[in-house]
Design a protein around this ligand. Structure first.
Ligand SMILES: *Cc1c(COP(=O)(O)O)cnc(C)c1O
Length: 426
């Protein structure tokens, strides 16, 4: 059923009042601006703070103060098992079996740890396939792993150029690249959502294509976790990694995550090991021989940072109550409205780069400023000054991500109205 949008505050507020998820906004601290809340569209970069985080962190500080080392075993949530307290809800958010996932480290560290196991180049099969314009960490990590194994990025790094008008990648292009280079590709590493264009990739289809060619397949889900309903187990990928400070709202530098498919639970592939990955039933015998815990837990190095896990636990509880499916439905409505506003109210100023097909985008719309970089920067500064918080990507793109947990239709309208005001006065 086509929705008849209107660019009026009455329409937007009526939609917000009818939103079944509207109460969740009150569970977050919305950064203030002048006389009210800012219009925060940066949840793709740093998600907002759930109000309950402060008490959860304070509780752990109190246990530390009152219990000292005993906090490992006492308190409401003993630290010894703390990473278990995020497991079930995290598995739910990413569509994995509980033992396929672990909250640990940060994204870049996890990417390297996963590549140690799943990038095993041989003289015949040594290449890694990534998308051109990948996030710097991904490119640096991949390049450095190639060199670490004694290969050269010149020969072993394949960067797939976008073949669609806005620089996005078609499935056809991925298919052709795998058909052409498959036998020399050791690892396919693509994003769930491309950070710059907002394009969503078909995890299951890409995994199947990669596996047909005998490649390992991993995904960087930095912009996908907490944004899209995922089915990591069913998609069949070998591994995935992500961070938790974007859509997962777990705070700056939050503890990241990793997924290792169940078929690798007892793998004999090499890995970089630490005591926390040792089989938990015998960990404290402190023996010299490393015996990994089956599943993703076996890749843990260190005992986890409790103060950093507390916000993740709180945040995942919010996701559990809201439900990824409901969040996705609202997300599609918000981006649908935002896109309509740009296309009908602002076609002289802006153009959406992100694919239109709902299966190919998440919460983020990457919006190009038609006037180019200088105008774009001026518009971006104007928006920030007026409490509209997006982010800037060179040379001419503003990323705007209405997040269904705390953004409103009225926020989308405020963005469009601010752009129009800037246009009129410029
Ligand atoms: C945000 C992001 C990162 C950041 O990595 P950290 O290790 O968390 O600093 C890496 N890759 C992608 C694709 C990202 O979007």
């Amino acid at each position: 059923m086509p929705i008849s949008y209107e660019a009026t505050i009455e329409w937007a507020e009526a939609r917000d009042a009818a939103d079944p998820l509207r109460e969740f906004r009150h569970e977050f601290l919305i950064p203030p601006h002048e006389h009210g809340d800012s219009h925060y569209f940066c949840g793709n970069s740093l998600g907002l703070q759930p109000r309950a985080v402060r008490a959860a962190v304070n509780a752990e500080l109190d246990y530390w103060g009152e219990l000292g080392v005993e906090g490992h075993f006492k308190g409401r949530l003993p630290w010894m098992d703390y990473h278990e307290f995020v497991r079930d809800h995290l598995a739910e958010v990413v569509g994995a079996q509980p033992d396929e996932i672990v909250a640990m480290n940060t994204l870049g560290v996890n990417l390297h740890l996963m590549m140690v196991s799943f990038y095993r180049p041989t003289p015949d099969r040594h290449a890694i396939l990534i998308e051109a314009g990948a996030f710097p960490t991904d490119r640096y990590a991949v390049e450095s792993q190639i060199r670490y194994h004694g290969f050269s990025p010149n020969l072993s790094l394949i960067e797939l150029e976008g073949d669609e008008p806005n620089g996005t990648l078609s499935m056809g292009a991925i298919e052709r690249a795998l058909a052409e280079h498959g036998p020399r590709i050791a690892l396919v590493l693509l994003p769930g959502v491309q950070y710059r264009t907002g394009q969503v990739f078909d995890l299951k289809a890409i995994t199947a294509l990669g596996h047909q060619q005998g490649c390992q397949v991993g995904f960087d889900l930095a912009h996908a976790v907490g944004n899209l309903p995922l089915q990591l187990h069913d998609s069949g990928m070998d591994f995935a990694i992500w961070c938790s400070y974007k859509y997962l709202n777990s705070g700056p530098g939050a503890v990241g995550g990793a997924f290792v498919h169940a078929r690798h639970a007892r793998t004999t592939l090499p890995r970089f090991a630490g005591w926390w990955g040792h089989d938990k039933t015998t960990r404290f015998q402190m023996g010299p021989e490393f015996v990994p815990t089956p599943g993703a837990d076996g890749w843990q190095l260190s005992n986890p940072p409790i103060l950093a896990l507390a916000p993740l636990r709180v945040s995942l509880d919010v996701f559990h109550r809201a439900g990824m499916q409901r969040l996705r439905e609202k997300s599609l409505e918000l981006t649908g409205y935002l896109r309509w506003l740009v296309e009908t109210q602002l076609p002289d100023v802006l153009e959406v780069v992100t694919p239109k097909d709902p299966a190919r985008h998440g919460s983020q719309l990457s919006i190009r400023v038609l006037g180019g970089r200088t105008e774009g920067r001026a518009l971006f500064e104007y928006l920030i000054e007026h409490g509209i918080i997006g982010d800037w990507r060179e040379p001419d793109v503003i990323r705007i991500s209405p997040v269904p947990l705390y953004n409103r239709f009225a926020d989308c309208l405020a963005f469009a109205q601010a752009v129009r005001r800037w246009r009129v006065q410029a």
